[in-house]
Ligand binder design. Sequence first.
Ligand code: NCD
Length: 316
Amino acid sequence: MRHLIEPMDFTEKEIRNILDLANRIATNPSLYSHVAEGKKLATLFYEPSTRTRLSFESAMLSLGGKTLGFSSAEQSSATKGETVADTVRVVSCYADIIAMRHPKEGAPLQASMYAKVPVINAGDGGHNHPTQTLIDMMTIRNRKGRLDHLKVGFCGDLKFGRTVHSLTKTLMRYEGNEFYFISPEELRIPEYLEKKLHGKNISYHECEELESVLPKLDVLYMTRVQKERFFNEEDYIRLKDRYILTEEKLSLADKNMPVLHPLPRVNEIAYEVDDDPRAAYFEQVQNGVYIRMALIMALLGLEDPGKGEVVFDVKS
Ligand code: NCD
């Protein structure tokens, strides 16, 4: 049985297969509208979410399957003191696959050790968000035609932003990528990530100012300041509007530099940017459904009707 807990769980080839399948689904969704008939997806969300949960549900419904679940810890037996291990053992009897979001780092990993069905990490604390990473990769590949030899800028809360951590780890695997980490001093990337970059001899730069870096970038990944992970409100207020991307600033950037954002956006991208052809964040949302459809098919060991073979050989 296969799970998706962290970005390194999939090989480069498996990632390519998922992205290719997601693109095939995008061009012919009706071909896939019955492949998961009779299957159920449980969404166990212990932390708020709009996009991720609805996009998982939409993906399963688009494959002809059904969904069940809860959207906050308060709605679950966690309030009675039930452990994640027990909850997933129980839910394994109700569903064929589980998507879990949890404020505690490592909770989905623990769940995967006790579940009898595949578990997908839909975000664990400030740690990982591997499905968002697949979406980001699909969007970058579709826009730039490649996943290597890119100068990628990450801007905003690089300390707590799990989407940044997961995407950096994944893009590190591709040759020639170079990273620009743009953040206030307090919100720099975690030390463990720096060590990984050093260990692999990957070229990266850290700076506080966005404008001077913009002209160099092939891709810009904006993030919001993660209010819920701050210990004190004053720091959040001081840092939250540090970067606001406007059309004026974007005039410094390459004409083909996509602007990604995992959403929700708070203030960090002005609304005027939405009409710029470089804005790719709503495309990410649409890609999210296709990626999650592809992922559910892969982990359930389903056959791709577009190719006549299973996506992943889940028995191996
Ligand atoms: C992200 C998350 O939950 O980490 N949102 C998402 O899933 N698209 C980003 C965020 O909350 O800032």
